[in-house]
Structures are given as C-alpha cells and as structure tokens.
Design a protein around this ligand. Structure first.
Ligand SMILES: C[S@@+](CC[C@H](N)C(=O)[O-])C[C@H]1O[C@@H](n2cnc3c(N)ncnc32)[C@H](O)[C@@H]1O
Length: 379
C-alpha cells in the first residue's frame, strides 16, 4: 500500500473527530467509551506498525539493516525508482515517517490537554466573597448588602469534577427566584470594538481594588500589581485569557464584565441550564441571574454561556463537548483516581473524616480537592 502511513494518521483521527461530534445521551458514558476505543485503536495501530518494522525481512547477505539516516537519504532514490518498490528498505521507508508523524501528533494532542492539568495550581483561597468585601472595604454598604443577599441562598463550592469550582444552592428555591443581583467589579473592552483595554483598566485600579480582585480570583495572583510598565507580554495574555474565561459581555457585545459570584457559575446548554442571566447595558452593568426551574438544596446552578467557541460542552448532557473536552475529563478521572489511591495509602491508619456535607455536589463520592474547612462556604 503506497499511502500506508496516511491511513495510520487519518483513521484514528477521523474516528475521534466523529466520536466527539456524536451527541451523547444524558448521563451515559458512551462518549468516554468511544474515546477510550479510539485511543486503544491508535495504540494498537502504533504497535502493529512497530512490529511490522521489526519483523521486516532482513537482507539475504545477513548484513545489518542500514541506519535510518542512510534510509532517509535513500528515500529520494526509492521515489525515483532506483530502489525496487517492494524491497524491505523501501517498505521500511514508507512506514517510518508515518509512525513518527503519527506518534508526534498524538503526543502533542494529549500533551496539550495534559499541560492544562499538570500546571502547578495556586493554593485555593480560604475566603468568601463576603469576607473579601469586608477585608477590602472598597465597596459601599448597599453593595455589601446586595452581595450578602446573594450569599444567603448560594455558595461557591468545589464540584469534584474538571469544572473545579461551581455555585451551589444553599436551600430549595422556586423557579423564577432571583438568585443573584450584583454590579461588575471590573470592566474593559475585550470583544466587539476590536480594541482590548484589560491591561489599561487593570493598571488604573486602586491597589486596594486589585488586592480585592486577587482575593477573589486566584488566577490573578500571577498578574503584576504595578502599572502598565510592569506588564510583560505573558502577563497581558494571562489577564486577557482570564477575561475571556470569566467575563460576561454587555448586550452590545462590546465590553467585558467580571462579577464576583456569577463568575463561578458553570456552563450547561440552554436546554439543561437551570438559570438564566442578563447584563444591564448601563454602568455599573449589574448582572441578574434568575432560576428557570426549581432547584433543591445543594443543586449546582448552571447558566448557558452562549459562547460559540466552548470546548467543554454542557455539564449535564455534554452537548457541544469537543475531543479536547473529553480528554480533559478523562485525564481528570485518571488523576483523581491516583490521588484517591495516594490519600487512601496515607490515611490507612487514620479514621475517615466527615466531608463538607455537600451531598448533591456532583460526584461527591470522589475526593475533595480542598479541605472542607477551606471550602468557599460562607457559613
Ligand atoms: C466562568 S468560569 C466558572 C468557574 C470555574 N469552574 C472555576 O473553578 O473557576 C468558566 C470556566 O469553568 C470551566 N467550566 C465551566 N463550565 C464547564 C463545563 N460544563 N464543563 C467543564 N468545565 C467547565 C471552564 O474551565 C471555564 O473556562
């Protein structure tokens, strides 16, 4: 087969792409099965290719096989017909770039996803938005009261999934209930107008305000505190990526706004989301979040992000999840399993501790990332 190596590369990818677009049934694991199958297929093909290379017939004169460097110089000759197309060297040549390229692509793909997880995580803050307010003392009493009202019914909590933190209901709430009303803590131009002003706006904040935002969002701790001059290209990218991940746009789809509590609500598709939001077009661009169905105590709140380029898809039915999202989830499960095993070994003799008592947090059987006393619960 002349284009043998192309089959190696394209087949698993075609399958993986197809599987990532296949809609999944809510609550089923067929997406994971397809992914595992795809990866297994890829590994089998790779092993077959390596096996074929090893078992390729040796030259009759018993001399050792020529080195790959030599093979590669002979590639041109083979292509020009000076080597017989059926010779072992020519066959090996056909396989070598395919296998190498295939391994490279697969490694890059997996490595890319893995790097998101292997980055050293900043320690979780032991604060609540309420506490941060009182520490920062940058907001008026009215704003504090509003935030307090939000926190009476909601809390930020570890979800024990690859979604990390999420917002959970403290008690049962009826459909139509306004769970959040809060003004933006940070605004800038990010989309629409084509200009990005995140760095300028960040630099113009008072140091008290920046400190407050750092307390709220661990990601921002790596962003320099000083003025614009202190910003390197990497810091600028970090700030802009934070805005892209966490900000809500105003109705004009122009300015981006960061909210203290709403920023922690995770995404579900418009069919599965149990809440909806809207942003006021005028300053201070407050956001309102309202329930569109009844929720029980400890249910996680989901809104639809309405963003076109999401890779993670719906948290409940997984609609829109891409291959990257699936691999991310798979890696989280693998890492969590190994972490649980390590913890179990370490605590073999110690009595099991009572966890946060959040029964409905998704996958609550899995180990908690942060100790319960440090969970972001405003009790
Ligand atoms: C606005 S933040 C939500 C808070 C976030 N979970 C945290 O711990 O900071 C958006 C980020 O949460 C994660 N996320 C939100 N919804 C998700 C979902 N359905 N599945 C996986 N990850 C999700 C993604 O990493 C996304 O970039």
């Amino acid at each position: 087969m002349d284009r043998w190596w192309e089959v190696h590369i394209s087949m698993p990818y075609a399958f993986a792409t197809w599987s990532s677009r296949t809609p999944t049934i809510p609550g089923s694991y067929d997406g994971d099965v397809l992914l595992i199958f795809t990866m297994a297929l890829a590994v089998i093909l790779l092993l077959l290719a390596l096996h074929n290379r090893r078992t390729a017939p040796q030259p009759a004169n018993g001399r050792p096989a020529p080195a790959r460097v030599r093979d590669c110089t002979q590639e041109g000759e083979a292509a020009q017909g000076s080597l017989p197309s059926g010779s072992p060297t020519a066959k090996r040549l056909q396989r070598c770039p395919g296998v190498m390229l295939y391994t490279l692509v697969l490694t890059c793909k997996i490595g890319h996803v893995d790097s998101r997880f292997s980055r050293r995580r900043a320690p979780r803050p032991a604060w609540t938005p309420g506490e941060a307010h009182s520490r920062g003392a940058m907001q008026g009493a009215a704003r504090n009261a509003e935030l307090q009202r939000n926190l009476e019914v909601l809390k930020i909590h570890e979800t024990n999934t690859n979604r990390k933190l999420g917002v959970v209901a403290r008690r049962s709430l009826p459909k139509g209930y306004r769970i959040i009303y809060e003004p933006a803590t940070f605004s800038c131009y990010q989309w629409g107008s084509g200009k990005r002003t995140a760095v300028e706006e960040w630099s113009e904040l008072s140091s008290e305000h920046r400190r407050h935002m750092r307390l709220l969002h661990t990601v921002l701790r790596k962003v320099p505190d000083g003025g614009k001059d202190a910003f390197k290209e990497r810091d600028k990218r970090r700030l802009e990526s934070f805005i892209s991940d966490y900000a809500f746009s105003d109705p004009q789809r122009d300015r981006a706004h960061i909210y203290e509590l709403t920023c922690y609500i995770n995404h579900a598709c418009s069919t599965c989301a149990n809440a909806e939001f809207w942003v006021d077009s005028d300053w201070p661009n407050s956001i309102t979040v309202k329930l569109v169905r009844d929720v029980k105590k400890n249910d996680e709140i989901f809104i639809c992000y309405h963003k076109p380029s999401l890779y993670f898809g719906c948290a409940l039915c997984r609609y829109g999840e891409t291959l990257r999202g699936r691999l991310g989830r798979l890696l989280f499960i693998i890492r969590n399993l190994s972490r649980r095993r390590c913890k179990a070994n370490a605590n073999e003799t110690e009595p099991a501790s009572d966890d946060a008592g959040i029964s409905a947090a998704p996958d609550s059987s899995a180990s908690n990332d942060i100790p319960s006393d440090k969970a972001l619960v405003n009790s």
